[in-house]
Design a protein around this ligand. Structure first.
Ligand SMILES: Nc1ncnc2c1ncn2[C@@H]1O[C@H](COP(=O)(O)OP(=O)(O)OP(=O)(O)O)[C@@H](O)[C@H]1O
Length: 238
């Protein structure tokens, strides 16, 4: 469960600050879903960076399952990120010399998973992502949409508590974008994921209006301020 309490993030020197986020309070239950929208500069990336422990708030607390991320030292925070937070960026950023399978396996190395298990889990995650026939391809041999699906598999394979996606379909055509979004949403359904019984919390920045309409929770960020809409039935009906 994520709980943000009175979170403000300021950038820049004291005499010339920009507020990326202003007094944001919200929570997302374990296994729940939040879609984030808003105009350019509204604070979406700032929010994701704080949720992902990539940055610390100027004021307020960002708690993941009761742990205040900002109170952790850098080493502990890095370990929490490696184990519990799966991030899908705008562009896949795969390692060009490695195959799709090796790219996915790489997410398990910091967790000390042995090689045989890494290979099995990476293959399973890629099969789940519809890339069972592409395991041995290097990124240059994959389409942009396939590379983005590898990025989703790489985030999911370690069974993180949370999946964070920052405009994961940027630059993709309509059909490809819909497939990547469907994959991310599918990751929340225990029967569809490669790891039985695993349901991550999903926070996703997307401009896709159909995804926003389906989301049990929608946060619109304008000038750092949040407007939250929760749909009746919440995550149960999603
Ligand atoms: N590292 C930084 N240094 C200074 N100001 C920053 C920094 N990062 C973000 N900002 C400012 O904080 C505000 C929110 O930016 P943020 O990138 O979070 O918005 P966004 O909604 O993700 O925008 P976009 O859709 O354009 O990516 C903006 O005014 C931005 O200029």
């Amino acid at each position: 469960m994520y709980r943000l309490t009175a979170v403000t993030k300021r950038y820049g020197p004291a005499d010339d600050t920009v507020e990326g986020l202003s007094d944001v309070t919200l929570s997302v239950p374990r296994g729940g879903q939040l879609v984030v929208q808003g105009p350019p500069g509204g604070g979406k990336s700032t929010l994701l960076r704080l949720l992902g422990g990539l940055d610390r708030p100027t004021e307020g607390t960002v708690e993941l399952d009761g742990t205040d991320l900002a109170a952790l030292d850098d080493g502990t925070l890095a370990a929490v990120r490696a184990e519990h937070i799966g991030f899908v960026p705008r562009r896949a950023h795969l390692l060009p010399a490695l195959t799709a399978r090796q790219n996915v396996e790489a997410a398990l190395v910091p967790l000390g998973v042995r090689r045989g298990e890494r290979r099995t889990r990476a293959a399973r995650a890629l099969e789940w992502a519809g890339l069972g026939a592409r395991l041995r391809c290097v990124p240059a041999e994959l389409t942009p949409a396939e590379r983005q699906r590898v990025a989703v598999a790489r985030a999911v394979v370690k069974r993180p508590k949370v999946l964070l996606a920052d405009e994961p379909t940027g630059g993709l055509g309509r059909q490809d974008a819909a497939e990547v979004l469907a994959l991310l949403e599918a990751a929340r359904h225990a029967d569809a994921v490669p790891e039985p019984g695993y349901v991550p919390t999903l926070v996703m920045v997307t401009h896709d209006s159909a995804t926003a309409r389906r989301a049990p929770r929608l946060a619109v960020l304008r000038r750092g301020r949040v407007e939250l809409t929760e749909r009746e039935g919440g995550d149960a009906s999603s």
